[in-house]
Design a protein around this ligand. Sequence first.
Ligand code: GTP
Ligand code: SPV
Ligand code: MN
Length: 623
Amino acid sequence: MTIELTRDVTGPATDTLSLTAAPTTDAALLAWVRGTAELTQPDEVVWCDGSPAEFERLTDLMVATGTLIRLDPVLRPNSFLARSAPTDVARVESRTFIASHRREDAGPTNNWREPGALREELHGVFAGSMRGRTMYVVPFSMGPVGGPISQLGVQVTDSPYAVVSMGVMTRMGAQALAAIEAGAPWVPAVHSVGFPLVDAIGRVRPDVPWPCNDLKYIAHFPESREIWSFGSGYGGNALLGKKCFALRIASAMGRQEGWLAEHMLLLKVTSPEQRVFHLAAAFPSACGKTNLAMLRPTIPGWQVETIGDDIAWMRPDPEGRLRAINPEAGFFGVAPGTGWATNPTAMEMLSENVIFTNVALTDDGDVWWEGMTEQAPQHLIDWQGRDWTPDSGRPAAHPNARFTVAASQCPSIADDIDDPAGVPVDAILFGGRRRSNVPLVTQAADWSAGVFLGASISSEQTAAAEGTVGELRHDPFAMLPFAGYDMADYFGHWLSMQDRLEELPLVFGVNWFRRGDDGRFLWPGFGENSRVLEWICRRVEGTAGAHETPLGLVPTADGLTLDGLDVPAADLEELFRVDPAAWSAELDRLETYFARFGDKLPAQIGRDVERVRAGLREQRWTA
Ligand code: GTP
Ligand code: SPV
Ligand code: MN
């Protein structure tokens, strides 16, 4: 498809840009939008209001340009399939940068850049990057507009896919703009797919369904609170309210201001006695947050409601309790593995109004992915648009295929998602994907042991980011790719929370992914994880027993409800087994990892390693 240009492409593009149609007179916002347009040179600037009419106009446009395929309106009403470029399917950690004046403020786990030098590089790639395209201005709020924990941002982007996704994932549009005009601070976020349709001398090239650039920059300036993202249209690279703002920029804000921005789900648990508990849980990417957040308990009388599935902002309230909100308004969830057997709540949620990306297309115009049903359809169009049959020998959906859907569609959503004050956090869970070593559940003896638990997360890599799937890597607090400042300072910040809070949440470690020698999961997971949540809530309440091990407190023999659970006794034992030799090696690995933080590592973390070592030597783990 060739794009017909109606204007004189040799003239400066900004001549044709009029900001008179802007729905605001906010001078700072207008100046920033004008400056960005002058740099990126789009054909036009469109201000987004987040309305259903706008969603319809943009999805119609993307259907016309081939970016979206409309799914069958009966089987999947108002839903779409996007297929990304095969090179643009996940977060790119190697091209994710934290700019800070001092290198040590970004720390050894981030790709550091000197702000001036990075700015100059970015200026180079963004110059003219939107030629021939529309630049959309997207005002948004992370969290209920105006709430005490909420924050505002404005993303400009040349991707209509990013616009409609931001519309689902954030509170986007007029209300956020009004809050900005009222003088609240906001984070500017510039996004370009880096595929201009007109070059510097006016030559035109055709558009493609998923424009992007092999050169990518996911750049953050925590000191000036700015985001610049170039070259990718996918997920966390492009929906800048999510990882870029709500985690990388916000974690740095939180450190300055005494709060926490975390890669955590949030859920509300109600016991049979109607006591309410709120839990937050950090697991690395594609390690079970969405699934735990939407879990349907298998034990009678317990209810679980969803507040968030990916990000939590947590702040001490005036009474000294930790209060959390989900800053997002939608879910950008992993499709593969989501099925009626594993996550029926998500399956119901996905019945209409969904943007699917990189899943397979069925012959009747619906979607499919690995794990949706036990048996694959006989014929599909795979995520790259190729014919697929069960014997094709490759997955039909990309392993990091995702759905984008409004949280309001989730049948288990809790009212609390719209409470600007957030919910009091009773317990914090840390987990990873570990085939060995890490027990099903442990409780940290105190806050500092809890911080050590979070700091020592390792997890097998998933398809959520580039890299080798399955490789074990340290991912402290599930924040390795998301901490906007030095990870050792981050540990220190977490430790400091005990001085800011009157009441500390209990901290637990969990692992749903331990396997037997034959490779099968020892724990059935999903809804059965409610048994572990029950023990956690009973610990909060003070009614469940536990016994001490070097790794923390574990349930007593009768601590976990096992009625109706189909797990052999030997597997249950294995789920809690602590192998001293393997743990000694694990601690060696941890020590080597922590050593890279040098003097900045809080002394407490070192003491905690020694505490666990000593416990293992004394063999205190035997029941
Ligand atoms: P991000 O959105 O990348 O941050 O991921 P997430 O933590 O929300 O991960 P999600 O819940 O989407 O889970 C990713 C994969 O893990 C899916 O394929 C799930 O089916 C699988 N999974 C989730 N929970 C469990 C569990 O309890 N047991 C097992 N075996 N697999 C699980
Ligand atoms: C993750 O990778 O942790 C995600 C998906 O939640 S993305 O938004 O692409 O980062
Ligand atoms: Mn995530």
